[in-house]
Design a protein around this ligand. Structure first.
Ligand SMILES: NC(=O)c1ccc[n+]([C@@H]2O[C@H](COP(=O)([O-])OP(=O)(O)OC[C@H]3O[C@@H](n4cnc5c(N)ncnc54)[C@H](OP(=O)(O)O)[C@@H]3O)[C@@H](O)[C@H]2O)c1
Length: 281
């Protein structure tokens, strides 16, 4: 599978999202555990979670999934609430996340979205936590260009290694300027909700693109997912609640598009031709 860099770390361009996981009945829990297990056993070592997801339930599920694996081979991302972005709260939030995950460090710790706490306080606390070895890298999520510039200014233009943003066929605004701004600053782009999210919110493809998927022998979801990672510079983190979906998503990493196919996709989901405020879920 293609790889990209987050800071000094190389990771596959496909990871595993976990929003809404770990909150169902025991049957669903086992299915989700099997899904993450399948991913871990088939080359997906990046897992994205957050203290927000099920108020810790997702982190507990992830902790369960990674408990039988070599921690050093897993790239673990978690995120903290903006309300926990002040120094003491942030330490406390991290301690709780680590406990639920059953680990003593995170590979990447992200501010989930911008809140009221000054970025200078949050960033300096993240730097302390990094020095103490509790997090390997830190970053932000849902930061558009202006917020990113401010965060970079606070850290002296370095230190922030990722920006996790909404990126899918219907949310391409970042292609106008944010993807380039991330890259220029050495900030990896992590793209979330490649299918437009769950609970019936999945992107609906027009007939021509459904036909394109059929002609390539792939599913509509595989088309959507493969498109998000086509550049090799976005780490996409679909959520798959069962091993069948996980296997299909892994197979999507091998799908490529011809220029004609990309042009057809652009016809229905055009690239932005002007600044578009970053969309957020
Ligand atoms: N930083 C942020 O603010 C932020 C915001 C949103 C999401 N995220 C992260 O991004 C991850 C992904 O986003 P998301 O969970 O919103 O939505 P998503 O990955 O776009 O879509 C998830 C939905 O797609 C379905 N699905 C997955 N693989 C499929 C396949 N191969 N075929 C058919 N359906 C498939 C899932 O169903 P099943 O569950 O039945 O497989 C689920 O209903 C989250 O889990 C989270 O980790 C981050």
């Amino acid at each position: 599978m293609q790889e990209m860099a987050i800071g000094k770390q190389q990771v596959p361009v496909l990871g595993m999202g976990t929003w809404h996981m770990g909150v169902g009945n025991s049957g669903q829990y086992q299915q989700e555990l099997a899904s993450l297990e399948y991913g871990l056993n088939h080359g997906l070592n990046v897992i994205d979670t957050a203290e927000m997801y099920g108020e810790g339930a997702s982190e507990r599920l992830v902790g369960d999934a990674i408990s039988k694996h070599d921690r050093s081979k897993i790239y673990l991302i978690s995120k903290f609430y903006p309300a926990n972005a002040a120094a003491a709260d942030l330490r406390n939030a991290l301690t709780n996340s680590l406990q639920r995950l059953g680990t003593d460090y995170l590979d990447l710790y992200l501010l989930h979205w911008r809140g009221e706490v000054p970025l200078s306080e949050t960033m300096s606390t993240l730097q302390d936590l990094q020095r103490e070895g509790l997090i390997r890298d830190y970053g932000v999520s849902n930061f558009d260009t202006a917020d990113l510039a401010e965060a970079l200014a606070v850290t002296g233009g370095a230190g922030i290694h990722a920006n996790e943003i909404l990126y899918n066929l219907t949310a391409r605004g970042s292609e106008f300027d944010l993807l380039a701004a991330n890259e220029q600053a050495g900030v990896a782009t992590i793209g979330y909700s490649p299918f437009g999210s769950g609970d019936g919110k999945s992107i609906v493809l027009p007939a021509s693109l459904r036909e394109l998927a059929a002609s390539k022998g792939i599913t509509e979801h595989q088309l959507m997912l493969a498109w998000t990672i086509r550049s090799g510079q976005v780490l996409s983190i679909p959520k798959a609640g069962n091993a069948k979906h996980m296997a299909e998503n892994i197979a999507a990493a091998a799908i490529t598009f011809t220029l004609d196919e990309l042009a057809l996709i652009n016809k229905y989901f055009p690239a932005p031709d002007k600044k578009t405020p970053l969309a957020v879920i």
